[in-house]
Write a protein that binds this ligand. Structure first.
Ligand code: TYD
Ligand code: MG
Length: 459
C-alpha cells in the first residue's frame, strides 16, 4: 500500500520543506523541523472517519446539545478520582507524564485491573506480555484473572486500532506514546512528529467513539524531550506523576484539566506490591520524633486545594570554608536567601558565617509562601539550639520588612492542624478577621512581626 505524503514544517515559523533540515532557511532557528502528514487517504481508522463523514457538519445552539449530566466513571482509586475532577469522562484523552521509573505503568495497570466489569485494553509498547503478567502478579490484585482486562503488546497504531475493533474496550491505556509509531509517517517512533501524529489519531478515536484513552508519556528532568510538552495543548487532561525515585511518596498532579480544577493532587506510596493511596498525607509528612529536636518545625501549607502539614528541618552550622553554603531541598534557593537576609537584617541574627541546610520532609517541593514562617523558625531554632514544641505549627508569608503577611485559606489550614492534634498555630495578625470568632481546641496566635514570634518562642 502506498504511504500517504508527509512534509516537514518548521515549528517556529511554519516553513515547509520536502526534506528534513537542521536549520530553517526562513527563520534561522535550529532543529525545528517536524514531519507531518499532509494527505490522509490512508487513515488507519477509516471506519471512524467514514462514520463521522456521514452526518454533514452542522452548527447547533447550546440548548440543542443534549446534556449528559454527570457521567463520570468513578474509579476505586480516590486519589485518581480527585485529580481527574471526580472520575473518568467518556471520550476524554488523558496524558500521564513523568520521569522513567516513577510508577506510571504501575498506576495504569492498577487502574485497568481495578475497573471491575469494564473492558480495558492495556496497550504496551515497552514491556512484553510476560513482564506485564509478572507485574500484575506482584500487585496481587484478585482481578488479575478478570476476563475484562486485556493486554496488547504492539507499537503500530494501525494494528492497535484493528485490535481495538475486535476487543471492543471501554477504556484504552497506551503505555507509552513515545513507543508508538504511525505508518503514515516515515520518521522513527519517539520523534516529535510521530508522537504528535499518534496522539492525534487517538484523540480522534476518543472523540468519535466516546471511549476514554489514557496515554503515558515519558518526560525528563528538564521537560524538553519530545513527548508530553508537545501534546499538552491537544489532550483534555494532563497529569504529572512526580516524586523522588529514592523515596516512596509519589504525587499525581493535575497540570491541565478541561473537566475540573487544576489545583488537585493525589498522593501515593510505592510499596513492594504496588501503589497505595495515601488519604491522610499530613500524617506521613510529619516524622515521629524521638524527643524534641532543634531545627524541626511544622508548616501548615496548601497543595492545591488540600491542606498539608509538612515538617521542615534545618541545620545551621559554622561554615568551614570561606563562602557559607545555603542548601535548600524542596524549597526555592532564592527564597531561602531572601529569608536569611530578613533574619540577618530585621531580626539581628548573625547568619553570614553559617552553613544553612533546609529540608522538606517526604521529598516534596513546596511553593506555598505560607511555609516562610515555619522555615524561619526552624532556622533560628537550629541556630539557637532551642527546640520548638511539636504541638505548634506555622502559616504565614514573610515580607522583606520582617513582617508576617496574610495567607489564603487560613481556615482550612487551621482546621487541618486542629484535626491532627496541634495545640497552637502561629499566623499573621492580618489574617485575624476571619479567625477572631473561632472557638476550637487549637489556639490561634497572631503576630505582626517575625521578632515578636521569636520573642514568644525563644524568649
Ligand atoms: P514503573 O511503573 O515501571 O515506572 P514507569 O512506568 O513510570 O517507568 O515502576 C517503577 C518502579 O517502581 C520500579 O523501579 C519498581 C518500583 N515498583 C515497586 O516498588 N513496587 C511495585 O509493586 C512495582 C510494580 C514497582
Ligand atoms: Mg513504564
Amino acid at each position: 500500500m502506498a504511504k500517504s505524503k508527509s512534509l516537514f514544517y518548521c515549528q517556529s515559523c511554519g516553513h515547509e520543506s520536502a526534506k528534513w533540515m537542521g536549520k530553517c532557511p526562513s527563520c534561522q532557528s535550529w532543529n525545528t523541523f517536524v514531519e507531518e502528514v499532509v494527505s490522509k487517504q490512508e487513515d488507519p481508522r477509516e471506519q471512524w472517519k467514514a462514520s463521522s463523514e456521514k452526518g454533514a457538519a452542522k452548527a447547533v445552539t447550546l440548548p440543542e446539545i443534549p446534556s449528559e449530566g454527570d457521567f463520570r466513571v468513578a474509579t476505586s482509586d480516590q486519589e485518581l478520582n480527585r485529580v481527574l475532577g471526580g472520575g473518568i469522562i467518556p471520550g476524554s484523552l488523558v496524558l500521564i507524564g513523568g520521569e522513567p521509573g516513577i510508577g506510571k505503568s504501575t498506576l495504569m495497570l492498577q487502574l485497568g485491573m481495578s475497573l471491575i466489569g469494564m473492558n480495558v485494553l492495556y496497550v504496551s509498547g515497552e514491556e512484553s506480555a510476560q513482564q506485564i503478567k509478572m507485574r500484575a502478579e506482584r500487585l496481587n490484585l484478585q482481578q488479575s484473572t478478570s476476563p475484562h482486562f486485556k493486554v496488547l503488546t504492539e507499537t503500530n497504531t494501525r494494528s492497535i486500532f484493528n485490535a481495538i475493533e475486535s476487543a471492543m474496550p471501554q477504556l484504552v491505556v497506551i503505555d507509552s506514546i513515545q513507543t508508538l509509531f504511525s505508518p503514515q509517517l516515515d520518521s522513527l517512533a519517539g520523534g516529535v512528529g510521530q508522537v504528535r501524529q499518534c496522539a492525534a489519531e487517538f484523540m480522534k478515536f476518543a472523540k468519535e467513539t466516546n471511549i476514554p484513552v489514557f496515554m503515558v508519556g515519558h518526560i525528563t528532568k528538564d521537560g524538553t524531550l519530545a513527548g508530553p510538552k508537545v501534546l499538552e495543548h491537544m489532550v483534555d487532561t494532563v497529569l504529572q506523576f512526580e516524586g523522588d525515585r529514592h523515596l516512596t511518596y509519589r504525587i499525581l498532579r493535575t497540570i491541565k484539566n478541561r473537566f475540573g480544577s487544576t489545583s488537585e493532587i493525589g498522593i501515593y506510596e510505592m510499596l513492594g506490591n504496588g501503589l497505595r493511596e495515601v488519604s491522610n498525607p499530613s500524617e506521613i509528612l510529619i516524622s515521629q520524633k524521638e524527643g524534641k529536636v532543634t531545627g524541626a518545625t511544622i508548616g501548615a501549607t496548601m497543595e492545591g486545594n488540600r491542606p498539608l502539614l509538612i515538617e521542615i528541618q534545618s541545620l545551621v552550622s559554622t561554615a568551614s570554608y570561606g563562602t557559607p553554603q545555603r542548601t535548600p531541598t524542596g524549597f526555592d534557593h532564592k527564597r531561602l536567601n531572601m529569608l536569611l537576609a530578613v533574619l540577618e537584617k530585621r531580626c539581628g541574627f548573625r547568619l553570614g558565617t553559617q552553613d544553612v541546610f533546609v529540608n522538606m520532609a517526604g521529598g516534596l517541593t513546596v511553593e506555598d509562601p505560607a511555609i516562610d514562617l515555619a522555615v524561619c523558625v526552624s532556622i533560628i531554632s537550629s541556630l539557637e539550639e532551642m527546640p520548638v514544641s511539636e504541638k505548634s505549627c506555622f502559616a504565614a508569608e514573610i515580607g522583606l520588612g520582617g513582617e508576617l503577611r496574610a495567607v489564603n485559606r487560613i481556615d482550612q489550614r487551621i482546621s487541618e492542624a486542629e484535626k491532627l492534634g496541634f495545640e497552637e498555630i502561629f499566623i499573621s495578625r492580618y489574617n485575624n478577621k476571619t479567625t477572631e470568632t473561632r472557638k476550637g481546641r487549637i489556639q490561634v496566635k497572631t503576630f505582626g512581626k517575625l521578632t515578636d514570634v521569636f520573642a514568644e518562642l525563644f524568649g
